[in-house]
Design a protein around this ligand. Structure first.
Ligand SMILES: [Zn+2]
Ligand SMILES: [Zn+2]
Length: 381
């Protein structure tokens, strides 16, 4: 590797070393931005929910939606009982056989702990993978449904609010677990294979049924509009709640605590990233300065040495016999010591040997084996 290549590699290594703090700082800054976005979303949603009026279902049409044009909608909070509309259908899931409007059937594979041949458990595995269950949703069905006022519980289609679930299936729904059954897995050659190869063995299959039963009282927060004589509610994309067991006040309290946590997380991450980035910039600047100083000192050394060679050449050609051992170069044992290494400060080499040391892959002081940053030409008169 030539001296120039080496210099380039060293410079790159220095940049990389200075960047590790910067990468950490940038990572933290990115997390802070994500957390800030979440905080803004949560506080925005909180503000919108706080502003949304809580309206009784029979009053919706005449108070909130009076005077609204076709296709226009307003955000509102309603609370009512789940009903299927007069002409509507309801579901009867096979497990519980309870009448409902949303039915979700999941199967979870439960794994036993692998105790190994010697009877001890893998602690690390238990820490990370014990909770790992393979879950598969085998079916998710829903039918159009509506909410009715808990006081009047009228079954007239015009006094209900029809829930449009289509866009909100991904959101959490206030489902109740009504049925679960543990089916033991039969031991066969496949489970034996898994026991040997994998870190756990399947012991059972958990069959679960969750439903939104007819008659349950829930809260809906969303956009209300009149469509074909019926009042409808759809989920509002900016609000992380649509249907919930909680009341409006409880939802606000939950969002408020979420927003507060996010605020402090954002604040901590932001402060940390500013500190890390500042430190990385400072370190990088220090390294650049150090590098520049070293290069300047090196140039001065070479210049001084060239002047020696061209000028009064005599000083380098001292006779070894005239000098004590303490003045002779420890490498060639022929010339006077004139090059001091920085930072260790050892003055043990003549200029030529010092230059040879400098050209080595890792320039180290021949006495103390410390890294050499640069060399100084020493004059004794
Ligand atoms: Zn020498
Ligand atoms: Zn040294």
């Amino acid at each position: 590797m030539s001296a120039r290549d080496r210099e380039t590699v060293e410079a790159l290594a220095r940049v990389a070393a200075a960047l590790d703090g910067a990468v950490l700082g940038l990572g933290t800054a990115a997390l802070a931005v994500v957390s800030l976005a979440k905080y803004l979303a949560a506080s925005g949603a909180l503000r919108r929910i706080a502003e949304a009026p809580e309206v009784a279902i029979p009053d919706l049409r005449y108070s909130l939606l009076a005077g609204l044009g076709e296709g226009e909608s307003r955000l509102a909070v309603v609370r009512g009982l789940v009903r299927s509309p007069p002409w509507g259908k309801f579901l009867i899931p096979p497990g519980s056989r309870e009448h409902c409007v949303v039915a979700k059937h999941t199967q979870t594979c439960l794994f036993g702990e692998w105790r190994g041949i010697f009877g001890w458990t893998f602690d690390l595995h238990a820490l990370f993978f014990k909770s790992l269950k393979e879950q598969t949703i085998t079916s998710f069905r829903w039918v159009p449904f509506a909410l009715v006022d808990p006081a009047s519980a009228s079954d007239k289609s015009t006094e209900m609010i029809h829930v449009k679930l289509d866009g909100a299936v991904q959101q959490s729904l206030p489902l109740t677990t009504v049925y679960h059954k543990l089916i033991p897995v039969e031991q066969n050659s496949y489970t034996l294979f898994q026991t040997i190869v994998g870190n756990g063995y399947p012991i059972a299959l958990l069959d679960e049924e969750k439903i939104l039963p007819i008659g349950k009282e829930i809260t809906a927060i969303g956009l209300c509009r009149v469509n074909n004589q019926n009042v409808e509610i759809t989920s509002c994309p900016e609000i992380p709640f649509f249907l919930s067991d909680l009341t409006k006040g409880e939802i606000e309290a939950e969002l408020d605590s979420r927003a507060r946590t996010l605020f402090w997380v954002t604040f901590a991450l932001g402060t940390m990233s500013v500190g890390l980035l500042g430190h990385a910039i400072y370190r990088f600047w220090e390294k650049v300065k150090q590098h520049r100083e070293a290069r300047q000192a090196q140039q001065r050394f070479h210049q001084a040495d060239d002047e020696d060679d061209t000028g009064e050449n005599g000083s380098d050609d001292d006779f070894p016999g005239e000098m004590g051992d303490g003045q002779l170069c420890v490498i060639c044992l022929r010339k006077r010591r004139k090059a001091a290494f920085v930072p260790c400060g050892h003055l043990v080499c003549c200029c030529n040997c010092a230059k040879r040391v400098e050209l080595m892959n890792e320039p180290l002081c021949p006495v103390c084996r410390q890294d050499i940053q640069y060399m100084l030409r020493v004059y004794d008169s």
